[in-house]
Ligand binder design. Sequence first.
Ligand code: ATP
Length: 901
Amino acid sequence: MTDSHEMPMLHALPSEGALEVTASRLSGLRSDEAEERLHIHGFNRLPMVAPRGWLIRFLSQFHNMLIYVLIASAAVTAFMQHWIDSGVIVAVILGNAIVGFLQEGRAEAAMDAIKDMLAPHAAVLRDGRRTSVDASELVPGDIVLVEAGDRVPADLRLIEARSLRVEEAALTGESVPVDKASDPVASNAALGDRSSMLFSGTLVAAGTGRGVVVATGMATEIGKISGMLQKVETLSTPLVRQMDVFARWLTLFILIVAALLLAYGLVVGHLAFPELFMTIVGLSVAAIPEGLPAVMTITLAVGVQAMARRNAIVRRLPAIETLGSVSVICTDKTGTLTRNEMVVASLVAAGHVYAVDGEGYAPEGAVRWKDADADPRDHAVLTAFARAAGLCNDAVLHSANGAWRVEGDPMEGALMALAGKITGGGADPFTEGWRRVDVIPFDAAHRYMAVLHVDDKGKCHVHVKGAPEAILALCAGQRMPDGSTGPLDVAYWEHMVDMLAAEGQRVLAVAIGEWRPEMRHLTQEALVGSLTLIGLVGLMDPPRPEAIAAVAECHRAGIRVKMITGDHAATARAIAAMIGLQRCDRVLTGADIDRMDDASLALAAIETDIFARTSPAHKLRLVTALQSQGLTVAMTGDGVNDAPALKRADAGIAMGIKGSEAAKEAAELVLADDNFASIAAAVREGRTVYDNIKKVISWTLPTNAGEAATIIIALFAGLALPVTAVQILWINLVTAVTLGLALAFEPSEDGTMQRPPRRRDEPLLTADLLWHIFLVSMLFAALVFGIFFYALDKGHSAELARTMAMNTLVVMEIFHVFFIRNIYGTSLTWRAVRGTKVVWACVISVTVAQFAITYLPFMQRLFGTESVPLMDGLVIVGLGWVFFALVEIEKQMRLALRKRA
Ligand code: ATP
């Protein structure tokens, strides 16, 4: 074990040593230094679980019950010296494996790309400023800043810690968070006792800290233990697994039926074994939906990619299905419904209301009182505002190419800009030489932030900012216009808070206090009654226009949208009205929720769309309450304390930009742009993926049932087979997989977001689907026999009659694809007929393949086909139209009856 806890930076650092580290505490590494060290130490990554090699992946394609059946059939046909048949079967087995292999590779690549989008970032000091870098680029010597909710990106020796608590379960198995501080510990302390170290992979539960990186990648403690990062996510969802199990049982069922039919044919029908055996092989192949698992996987992968394009990153695949059935979305306000681009619009002091001009984060703009510029020399309270805004603040403003950007919390960025506007752009000369000695970080539970500074004369100053109720509770007096301190006029301040909030402004209160130097540390208890209120700050954060449209879309889709915010009730109500929430007349606050028992909360939660001044614990109760009413709940969150609610929700959605690592890890979905519109887009994609999986199933199962019915009827009726076994193989493995695949790429149907949400427990095999399977399989069998006998009747050879029957089957499958594309509406629109590029690409490939098998001499020899005359070809296409007309009319009848109901 190393003694890294003593002077840890010396061990893993390059030889420049500790002195330089001390010097870089304030400014961090230079970028060129960091780059150099990256060369020496490599990326800060743990190796992923080795992906399966291509050979294993290819061989695993053969690990499938159907393939075993086919291999056995190939062996038996070879034994019977039916070389052509066994050749075709082997070709089909190989073809299937290659298609499966390629598709799986694509799907895995899609998932990997998405994993990259979720790469964690770390806040570091580089070149003297705070920036955010990809955590894999951290090097020993970097100064890293951590806060509640972060996953520690590397092993760090703390140089500063404030109320820091870390959950080290990933490393020590201990799930209770442990306290951390910068004081050194004994050199032989065990891993769990090294309180001055933060270890890579552990989770910051509370507080803030700053530390120097001492080890990265495999050199970290977690790297030494496990050397492994994530388990590989399999491409599966409950629905896919359900279908897998179904397919396995179906295979078994079919094999037993096939064995019985073989016995029946031999004993009762006295048929010759070779032909009978080939017929039974054909039947098995016909009935087993072998392409289904592959096509369903591709459908999911396509869905994941489509969501990623709309900024919704799926972390757990089952979320795709859940999203499609979401019936209520509980969303944050700040940054999700609003832009989170804050700007201070007003200041309220005792007796004065100021308007603040300016745009964005530029520290430029006038502060006006009664329409005239207010000079801080005449309005001393403005200086107090500037000082509180600038000191009680962790954000940094950067200007590049004339544009001002904020690094850190946007609200604090707006306060920094305010400070600049009041002091005229420069730093406040009065606070020069002040040192921050302690801080109580903002927390949604107490809703304020406090800082303690020591000035150059050793005097201590406290500055506090936070939610007005929280600050008023700490204040004993207020700053009067003449600079004196007067009694706190709570009624006045509450009135002014309501006034600002009613305009949709986010309201903060700021206060100052004196601190006795011997007290040193800030404590929440000591703050009570020790502060003097300076006034209120009103910030504007306009709604996102796209969120307004997305909320309307959700309402049309039968999805309720509820806003759950930490903000003031009046602000929440004003923003909710701008956004277009349904019930803006009613607001429940965290305090109201606390007073309710679970049963009354469940009823109230349904009726209410706005929840204000809530804490993460309320979110958890609300999710549970809504779920108890049978709703499928999507819930957004960003903070470390939101993790339980995100886990509990049916679809937990974390913010990609402002969200903590803890929230992202608890969530099923991460929004790359924190935007509500992306949630609506994800729900639409979720519905589309579910529809497409349903379409794939609705297309595949009747196709298999139809083919199987054809063979069984022929066998029992003692008729000649209208399609041979190898032809059935061809249809199933070549054409069916291609056409089924087209459905995986289907775009959303019109009206996808105008339907009410699907019930979560809706069974896959609905009565509608069963009826569809029956109807289509009967039509397939009838028309195949029809054309077969028509051909024989015309005097065609049995081979030609079979060729025509096989082509009829394929033509009907193509028409069936066009039918299935619109299960909720008519297929008789120009848009439906025009289809998509993918559909036409698949249809054209299949058509070319059909021409090849029908007209190419060597294919004719292999498959026992004959060239179909033009007129008969037209009859076949005509039959396709007849089939299409019949099923479409049946659908219209069903839809019409349903509408009346
Ligand atoms: P949402 O949940 O919609 O994102 P929110 O961001 O307003 O809402 P919180 O972050 O819980 O919710 O903030 C609650 C209140 O705490 C705010 O209205 C504000 O008054 C205060 N507050 C927020 N951030 C800070 C901060 N950094 N320092 C001091 N007070 C803050």
